[in-house]
Design a protein around this ligand. Structure first.
Ligand code: PEP
Ligand code: MG
Length: 887
């Protein structure tokens, strides 16, 4: 085996790496290599691998011994290609040093530009460029960036010197400062650095280079990066690569420019070259939102826009369009690119698969199949299940009255209302209290990530469609209106003032429409999402590839309809207790619970029976013959009981008993630990008449529909909270007796199933025995999580967030299935159940049935179906397809 290679070269059509080497070279490095190899104009450079980062941290921040020599060799190769020399007084090479992890982490880590400048080489740059002002501007930018990122200098101190300079010169804009001003500022900056840090600003380019490399590796562990990784489940072990690349300048005059573009519209997915650029600017200016960039093409120009790149630099524009086609054909996906034009020559600085909204992801995937670029399987895998959430969420009701106070850029679609806050910390604090907020900033920066995460929507006064706010919001699937010049943000006054004079104070409610860019006063009502067009096409493919069925948890015909519209293939859980709470029946339910004897209970149950039958008929009708699993009564009885004195009195009157007796009965039914108390099948065992009534209602409903309306129905009767086989045995025998009796009465024979929930560890452990009495198992992972962890579902909120924030748990186990613990019980339950009955039907109906990672797990252990809330049905369908396709 040869020695390990730490540095990969790219330049002039040849590269050591390629796009498949993202783990080693990071996304940026791998794609720079790939673009170089396919002949695109990429400034030469080299990538230091992510392995160096990993070793650096493993060995107490020391580099591998061989790195130094490899960097030297590769730097020499870059010098040769560029015909320049690093540190050369007359013909100096300048480089950029940038991070690049396996997954893109926009703005999270450090970048240094113009590295290699010092008092000597700046003269060489003046000689090369013939532009003294440009050279000193580049130099001062370098000193600012380097002293901040590498040396830890406070940025503000140097900004302050710059502001004072402008005051002294009586100018407002940086662009009004002269070469001499910049030259003086470089001296002043360095003096300030020395004064503050007690260290000289390094003159030696090699020292600068190693300082920058160290800073980039160091930034992997900065707080922003750590937070971002946590939010995006990126492991710290991946490490970052470092890219050292020859500088090209977009700010050497009006034949220079810099820009970013998406090969298709990242917001809508439209097949339209979507980009923004700035003439005479350096790369970071576009992303930072300091100047508002202009569209690259004319097609969608609006009145008041500055000239498009298509007009200003037509040849470069055509070349860029050509590169767009090459990239899409090569990568077969929408790309996000960065480019710079130096004196009329176009260079590519980055390409990567572009972040996009769910809507765009679907449109692009479907279009690319039509264009023959990808197949249907690839299209399905291109859309992340969790992303669909955005689409299934409401948009503004078109009929609603809107008081529009401002308009900005439609940066990330969807609609959101909330109280205005002006800092990320306020947003986070408010969200913790359960308040909905809109985060309003002049512009956002990576420091605001936690607040953006907590907010319902984001509004910025500055920045374009590719500004930090826009890019990050789109990635999060959050509604965002960016670059809203119609508002003035007054942080000190805790308010914003719209152009039309409306003042919105902190705490006032506004609504954003991320699809139009409108900002409205108050909360505007919303309407449900529509699921048709490309969405329906994609979901059609999804259904071709998935093995698992997807059902919904639904208790009412209305929910059942929503579920079917979203593609549910049955009901996996109807919680009958929800039906008991309706105003016209709660009295009868209470009467039943509080009766002293079986006669009293039967009398009350007879009142409930017709209503339950009606409920089930509604559900069966709505589901049109698809399977419906109905769970018999589950919660502790005291949940139904009256607590207020006046309710107790009223009920006592109806029942004809003294209020005092009733009060005692209510007290008697109180439980210390109701979740572990007299609930589930324990009710059925002790009060069989309750379950008998429910089974009767189910079967009568089914028989009537079969007999009178020609339905085909196979009711699935589900017994909750079974711990021992005998419980289920008794419940089954009772249910069978009722079913047979009802069928005899109607003179019809229908198939029915009797099964159980597996939601207690004991049930999972003894599933082989329990299966002798069950036609199906449905894993109730809510209770199973609660009982496996010994963690109350209702009280966990007090400390669980702390556990997740501090990494004691990776995820909230009530959201994402704890595969190592609870998952083991699910797996065991499946295996043992199948040992006894090979064909036993297996499903899940806990909340996890709609969580993509949990759905993948369910596929692995071989469940037949997952069941989740109606709005998550498409997410579960897509996740099930991803599982089948081995994602
Ligand atoms: C469960 O426990 O997972 C379940 C679906 O039942 P419930 O949430 O109603 O207790
Ligand atoms: Mg349960």
């Amino acid at each position: 085996m040869g020695a390990q290679k730490y540095v990969y070269f790219f330049g002039a059509g040849k590269a050591d790496g390629n796009a498949k080497m993202k783990e080693l070279l990071g996304g940026k490095g791998a794609n720079l290599a790939e673009m170089t190899s396919i002949g695109l104009p990429v400034p030469a450079g080299f990538t230091i691998t992510t392995e160096v980062c990993t070793e650096y941290y493993k060995n107490g921040r020391k580099y591998p011994a061989a790195l130094d020599a490899e960097v030297k060799t590769n730097l020499a190769a870059v010098e040769k290609l560029m015909g320049k020399k690093f540190g050369d007084p007359s013909n100096p090479l300048l480089v950029s040093v940038r991070s690049g992890a396996r997954a893109s982490m926009p703005g999270m880590m450090d970048t240094i530009l113009n590295l290699g400048l010092n008092d000597t080489t700046v003269k060489g740059i003046i000689a090369q460029s013939g532009d003294e002002r440009f050279a000193y501007d580049a130099y001062r930018r370098f000193v600012q960036m380097y002293s901040d990122v590498v040396m830890g200098m406070d940025k503000e101190a140097l900004e302050h010197l710059l502001e004072r300079k402008k005051e002294a010169r009586g100018v407002h804009l940086d662009t009004d400062l002269t070469a001499a001003d910049w030259k003086e500022l470089v001296v002043a900056f360095k003096a300030k650095v020395k004064e503050t840090l007690g260290a000289d600003f390094p003159e030696d380019p090699e020292e600068q280079l190693w300082g920058a490399i160290g800073a980039v590796f160091g930034s992997w562990m900065n707080q922003r990066a750590i937070t971002y990784r946590k939010l995006n489940s990126i492991p710290a072990e991946w490490g970052t690569a470092v890219n050292v690349q020859s500088m090209v300048f977009g700010n050497m005059g009006n034949d220079c420019a810099t820009g970013v573009a998406f090969t298709r519209d990242p917001s809508t997915g439209e097949n339209y070259f979507y980009g923004e650029y700035l003439v005479n600017a350096q790369g970071e200016d576009v992303v930072a939102g300091i100047r508002t960039p202009q569209p690259i093409n004319k097609a969608k120009q609006k009145a008041g826009d500055l000239p498009a790149m298509e007009d200003v630099l037509p040849e470069c524009y055509l070349q860029l369009c050509n590169i767009r086609d090459i990239l899409e054909r090569h990568y077969k996906d929408m790309q996000d690119i960065e480019f710079t034009i130096e004196k009329g020559v176009l260079y590519m600085l980055q390409c990567r698969s572009g972040k996009r909204t769910a809507k765009a992801a679907i449109k692009i995937a479907v279009d690319m199949v039509k264009e023959g670029l990808i197949d249907e399987k690839t299209a399905v895998l291109r859309v992340a299940p969790s992303q669909l959430d955005q689409l299934l969420h409401p948009s503004l009701d078109p009929k609603a009255k809107k008081e529009i106070i401002a308009k900005g850029l439609p940066a990330s679609p969807g609609a959101a209302s909330g109280e205005v806050v002006f800092t990320a910390d306020e947003a986070e604090a408010a969200a913790k209290l359960g308040n909905k907020v809109i985060l309003v900033r002049v512009e956002t920066s990576p420091e605001d990530i936690h607040g953006m995460h907590a907010a319902q929507g984001i509004l910025t006064a500055r920045g374009g469609m590719t500004s930090h706010a826009a890019v990050v919001a789109r990635g999060m699937g959050k509604c965002c209106v960016a670059g809203c010049g119609d508002i003035k943000v007054d942080y000190a006054g805790h308010k914003l003032v719209a152009k039309n004079g409306v003042v919105v104070k902190k705490g006032d409610v506004i609504t954003l429409d991320g699809s139009t860019g409108e900002v409205m006063l108050g909360a505007v009502p919303t309407v449900a999402a529509e699921v048709s067009g490309d969405f329906a096409t994609l979901m059609g493919w999804v259904d071709k590839f998935r093995r698992m069925k997807v059902r919904a948890n639904a208790d009412t015909p209305h929910d059942a309809k929503t579920a079917r519209d979203f593609g549910a293939e049955g009901i996996g859980l109807c919680r009958t207790e929800h039906m008991f709470f309706e105003a016209n029946r709660i009295a009868a339910v209470r009467e039943m619970i509080l009766s002293e004897d079986i006669e009293g209970r039967r009398k009350a149950l007879l009142k409930i029976l017709p209503m339950q039958k009606g409920d089930f008929k509604g559900l069966f009708r709505e589901m049109k013959g698809l399977p419906v699993t109905i769970r018999l009564l589950d919660p502790p009885l005291h949940e139904f009981l009256p607590q207020e004195e006046k309710d107790i009195k009223a009920l006592a009157e109806t029942m004809g008993v003294p209020a005092e007796t009733l009060r005692h009965k209510v007290e008697f039914l109180h439980e210390f630990n109701p979740m572990l108390g007299h609930r589930g099948c324990r009710l059925g065992v002790t009060f069989p008449e309750i379950y008998d009534m429910q089974v009767q209602a189910i079967m009568e409903a089914a028989c009537e529909l079969v007999k009178d309306e020609g339905f085909q129905i196979v009711p699935e009767i589900m017994i909750p909270l079974v711990a021992v086989t005998k419980e289920l045995g008794i419940m089954r025998a009772n249910a069978v007796a009722v079913c047979e009796e009802v069928m005899a009465k109607y003179g019809v024979k229908i198939e029915y199933l009797i099964g159980t929930m597996i939601e207690l560890p004991r049930a999972a452990i003894t599933a082989d025995s329990i299966a002798t009495e069950a036609d199906f198992f449905s894993f109730g992972t809510n209770d199973l999580t609660q009982t496996t962890f010994g963690l109350s579902r209702d009280d966990a909120g007090k400390f669980l967030p702390f556990y997740v924030e501090n990494g004691i748990l990776d995820d909230d186990p009530f959201v994402t299935l704890d595969q190592n613990g609870v998952g083991c019980l699910v797996k065991m339950g499946c295996e043992k159940g199948r040992q006894t009955k090979a064909g036993i039907k297996l499903g899940i109906c806990g909340e996890h049935g709609g969580d993509p990672a949990s759905v993948m797990f369910c596929d692995k252990v071989g469940l037949d179906y997952v069941s989740c809330s109606p709005f998550r049905v498409p997410i579960a369908r897509l996740a099930a397809a991803h599982a089948s396709l081995g994602a």
